[in-house]
Write a protein that binds this ligand. Structure first.
Ligand SMILES: [Zn+2]
Length: 451
């Protein structure tokens, strides 16, 4: 912790030019700036060249892709124009997960492992690099620069999320202010507001579920908003729902920025200041929406987001099925004049809440970010709630490994807090949720009555 603070302090005092991967970051900002008003033809050329480079490289370097494509009758020589993308077979988490080394490329870029809980709670791992992370930040910063023109890596932000700790307010010299809480109370909201007014960052980056809970308490208790006015409130990490927005807008009147992205970094987009549709960055990757037969959907129709990242040469994701649902919008924005594909809404996965004994609600999302080694002896997990204040943790053992039940219980109880009884239940298999969706929680209670 101290080491992190020291590092943050040093970085903060250094000019940005000395920051790690700053050249890569700036290069991406320039690529975006140079191309954001391309004509449709120019954009097709741009995407074709990126795609071609990626396909050729992957074919050469990744045995997994080479075999997978050959088995599915695709050869890079088939890719002659951008519309040939449809000849490339889709790839899923499951295919990559079972053969991660074959689908990844070993080069000298010092990759690190990213873990995410994939469909039905199975862990999914792949490789990324710090360079990819810096490049990704460039896209986020470009999006936010529509609302705060001076946006850079040094811009300070206030970050509000659900958390493992009970209460937490941390000032990080490098980053800004971090607010985090497992349970938000009125007292804590006052502390958050004081911290916001003290540090006055231009950006307020929030988990929708967390800001919603904060606003709900402010409304119920007649608490005034912070005096500080942010340049923009940026939502991330979770889908946002109308009921959340309507509560948030009663308190905060700042411009709002919405974005869609995913851990695998295969597609990214967000709103502009005049249009709430998600403008999918064509420089980030190639984004498609397909129906359950894999066919492209038409404007106004719902489909699964399929993404291809132009920047990850470590574990390439090419026509990767994300499991996230969205509705196709226009093929350009008439307000900002960008020829980007628009998605009129992102439905994502249903947001997941549990209800405590005192009938307060808590988003379960942060459990899905527990990637502790404690869980390594588990093959798969799922939460379920059938009774108020009671959460069941269903799990599958891994073969040949002793599962450490007591430490799993300890960690989960710590994360849940006092408001819940926890049952750990070993099961033989874990199916798709009752809704047929991929989820970490089967909520059997009617959650709307607690909202
Ligand atoms: Zn626009």
């Amino acid at each position: 912790m101290f080491k992190d603070k020291l590092k943050g302090f040093v970085l903060d005092t250094l000019p940005e030019d000395f920051w790690p991967y700053q050249k890569d970051y700036l290069k991406v900002r320039k690529v975006i700036n140079d191309s954001n008003h391309f004509t449709k033809e120019q954009m097709v050329d741009f995407q074709f060249n990126r795609m071609k480079e990626l396909i050729d490289y992957t074919w050469k370097e990744s045995k997994g892709y080479r075999e997978y494509w050959s088995d599915n009758n695709f050869n890079p020589s088939d890719f002659k124009s951008l519309s040939d993308v449809v000849r490339i077979p889709f790839i899923s988490k499951e295919v990559i997960r079972d053969n991660i080394e074959l689908f990844s490329i070993k080069n000298s870029n010092k990759p690190y492992v990213v873990s995410t809980s994939g469909s039905t709670g199975k862990q999914f791992q792949f490789y990324q690099t710090k360079k990819i992370r810096a490049q990704d930040t460039a896209f986020v910063d470009d999006l936010w620069s529509h609302f705060y023109s001076k946006m850079s890596r040094k811009t300070k932000r206030t970050f509000l999320r659900g958390g493992i700790q009970k209460n937490s307010i941390q000032k990080d010299p490098f980053f800004g202010l971090r607010l985090s809480s497992r349970e938000i109370s009125a007292e804590l909201v006052f502390e958050f507001i004081n911290a916001i007014d003290k540090y006055k960052t231009p950006i307020f980056h929030v988990y929708p579920s967390s800001l919603y809970l904060m606003c709900k308490i402010m409304i119920e208790n007649g608490i005034n908003r912070p005096k500080h006015i942010f340049d923009v409130i940026c939502f991330g990490s979770e889908p946002i729902y109308e009921f959340q927005l309507s509560a948030i807008k009663k308190i905060f009147h700042e411009p709002l920025s919405f974005c869609y992205g995913n851990t695998e970094k295969v597609a990214f987009g967000g709103n502009c200041s005049h249009n709430d549709a998600y403008h999918m960055y064509p420089q980030y990757g190639y984004t498609e929406l397909v129906d359950s037969y894999g066919e492209p959907v038409s404007k106004g129709q719902r489909g699964e987001i399929v993404g291809t990242s132009f920047w990850n040469f470590q574990t390439p994701f090419i026509r990767y099925k994300t499991g996230d649902m969205a509705v196709l919008g226009d093929s350009e924005c008439k307000f900002c004049d960008k020829k980007y594909q628009l998605l009129s809404s992102i439905e994502g996965r249903m947001q997941e809440y549990v209800v405590s004994k005192s009938k307060s609600i808590m988003p379960i999302t942060y459990f899905s970010s527990i990637h502790d080694d404690t869980f390594e002896t588990i093959k798969q997990f799922r939460f379920q709630q059938k009774e108020i204040g009671v959460v069941d943790f269903l799990y599958l053992r891994k073969e040949n490994l002793e599962t450490d039940i007591s430490s799993i219980r300890q960690r989960l109880e710590f994360a849940l807090g006092n408001g819940y009884d926890l049952n750990l239940i070993e099961v033989e298999n874990i199916n798709l949720s009752k809704s047929g969706k991929m989820t970490y929680l089967d909520q059997f209670l009617d959650i709307n009555q607690f909202m």
